[in-house]
Design a protein around this ligand. Structure first.
Ligand code: FAD
Length: 125
C-alpha cells in the first residue's frame, strides 16, 4: 500500500518450506475427513496423526465496495490504492470496516497510520 515493496517482493515460494519430514503438496483439497485425519488432493489421500485446517477466508464482493473506494486486503487493491495515494490532492480519507468479522483486526489501524504517514510526507495531510 505504501509502495515500498514491488508485487514480486510480496510473495514467497511455498515450496521452500520443504525439508526433512516436511512434504509440500500443491493442489486443491477436494475432501477433508476429520475422523480419518486425512485429506484428498489431486486424487491422492494424505493421512496424518494430527490435522490443522487453515483454509483462510476470502473477501466478499457482494456489495461491490471497490466501486466506491479502495481496499488494501489484496495485492491488486493495495497497488491501486497506492497509485491513488500518490495522486492524492488533499481532503478527508475514511478507513471503513464494512462488516464483521474481517481479516486482521489491526489492519484498519495500521492502514490509517500508513495513510497519514504517506500523505504527511507529501505535505498534503
Ligand atoms: C492486510 C492484512 C494484514 C494482516 N496483518 C496481519 C498481522 O500484522 N499480523 C497477523 O498475525 N495477521 C495479519 N493478518 C491476518 C493473517 O494474514 C491471516 O490471519 C492469516 O493469513 C490466516 O491464515 P490462514 O492460513 O488461515 O489463511 P490464508 O493465509 O488465507 O491461507 C489459506 C490458504 O488456503 C488455500 N485454500 C483454500 N481452500 C483450499 C482448497 N480447497 N485446497 C487447497 N488450498 C486451499 C487458499 O488459497 C490460501 O492460500 C493480516 C491480513 C491482511 C489481509
Amino acid at each position: 500500500m505504501d509502495g515500498k515493496r514491488k508485487p514480486d517482493e510480496v510473495y514467497r515460494n511455498t515450496r521452500k518450506i520443504a525439508g526433512p519430514g516436511i512434504e509440500v503438496v500443491i493442489g486443491e483439497i477436494a475432501n477433508v475427513n476429520p475422523e480419518q485425519i486425512s485429506v484428498s488432493v489431486n486424487g491422492h489421500e494424505y493421512k496424518g496423526d494430527f490435522m490443522v485446517i487453515s483454509l483462510g477466508v476470502e473477501q466478499i464482493t457482494e456489495y461491490k465496495l471497490n466501486n466506491f473506494g479502495h481496499d488494501f486486503y489484496t495485492l491488486d487493491g493495495a497497488t491501486t490504492f497506492n497509485e491513488k495515494l500518490q495522486n492524492f490532492k488533499g481532503g478527508n480519507i475514511a478507513v471503513v470496516v464494512s462488516a464483521l468479522p474481517f481479516k486482521c483486526p489491526a489492519a484498519p489501524y495500521e492502514a490509517a497510520m500508513l495513510v497519514e504517514s504517506i500523505i504527511r510526507k507529501r505535505n498534503n495531510r
